[in-house]
Design a binder for this molecule. Structure first.
Ligand SMILES: Nc1nc2c(ncn2[C@@H]2O[C@H](COP(=O)(O)OP(=O)(O)O)[C@@H](O)[C@H]2O)c(=O)[nH]1
Ligand SMILES: [Mg+2]
Length: 242
């Protein structure tokens, strides 16, 4: 099966070339047939050298595309990238490679060789290993996931891990049903709607290494937006579950 790995980026000049290089090497050695896969760097709003470096990587590495979206938002970047994809599997991971790359192979197998529709990384499973996470992020993550379970009645263990892969035809369906948030909540929405639609979710405990210094996330404003988005999706729940 073919797959596209999207890396959403915002102002990542410092690590873009190195980490895309690491991912590219990894994929090349595990999937030698180079027309099987692509890496898509999805940038919206970078004001540093990210666009220049992104275009250079597109030139110098086979299978790497640089995609520029003109409005900000991770959800928007992912949607734009997956909508122009013709691969069987689409998905994303964070540029900081917080999720250990070896997990990609399990994610691929779960979809290509088993019957999973969607694979999500989880940091909240007894078999997960989380390194370097600040107490603040740990509490925010647990609180948010608790809220998802109690307020929306979903069962997946981690809605926010930056590591998700799904069949592209499922993506089209989830998008139509309302997984269309332009921001970070998009990544969680995919799981919510997939679960409500009884898709086969595959939980993948990951080794996750946080680099707090590189995080672009501001928790409080994000939490407020999340709660609003949760309310919005709850209002649509009955329609989606049909
Ligand atoms: N396209 C795009 N990518 C973003 C945006 N904000 C963050 N990112 C990327 O999302 C990924 C995760 O960001 P990071 O700061 O590591 O989040 P954290 O690990 O949850 O603290 C990184 O690859 C960022 O470059 C955005 O507005 N647009
Ligand atoms: Mg990160």
């Amino acid at each position: 099966m073919t797959f596209d790995v999207t890396i959403p980026v915002l102002n990542e000049e410092a690590s873009l070339a190195e980490n895309v290089g690491i991912l590219h090497d990894f994929l090349k050695s595990n999937f030698p047939s180079t027309n099987q896969w692509r890496i898509i760097i999805a940038d919206n709003g970078s004001q540093d050298l990210t666009p220049v470096i992104g275009k250079q990587l597109q030139e110098s590495l086979t299978n790497v595309s640089y995609l520029q979206v003109n409005k900000r938002g991770v959800g928007l970047a992912l949607k734009a990238s997956w909508q122009q994809s013709s691969a069987d599997i689409v998905g994303y991971m964070d540029l900081d490679l917080a999720t250990d790359l070896s997990h990609f192979l399990s994610a691929y197998e779960a979809i290509a060789k088993s019957d999973a529709d969607l694979v999500y990384g989880t940091r909240l499973h007894p078999q997960s290993a989380v390194i370097g996470r600040s107490l603040k992020r740990e509490i925010a993550s647990r609180g948010f996931n608790w809220l998802l379970k109690t307020y929306l009645g979903v069962h997946f263990s981690d809605g926010m891990c930056g590591f998700k892969f799904l069949k592209r035809d499922i993506f089209d369906e989830l998008l139509t049903l309302g997984a269309n948030n332009d921001g970070w909540f998009f990544s969680t929405e995919l799981l919510i709607i997939a679960e409500w639609r009884q898709k086969k979710l595959y939980e993948l405990p990951v080794k996750w290494t946080d680099d707090a210094s590189s995080s672009a996330v501001k928790i409080l404003p994000l939490a407020k937006r999340y709660i609003k988005s949760m309310q919005a999706i709850k209002r649509k729940k009955n329609q989606i579950k049909l």
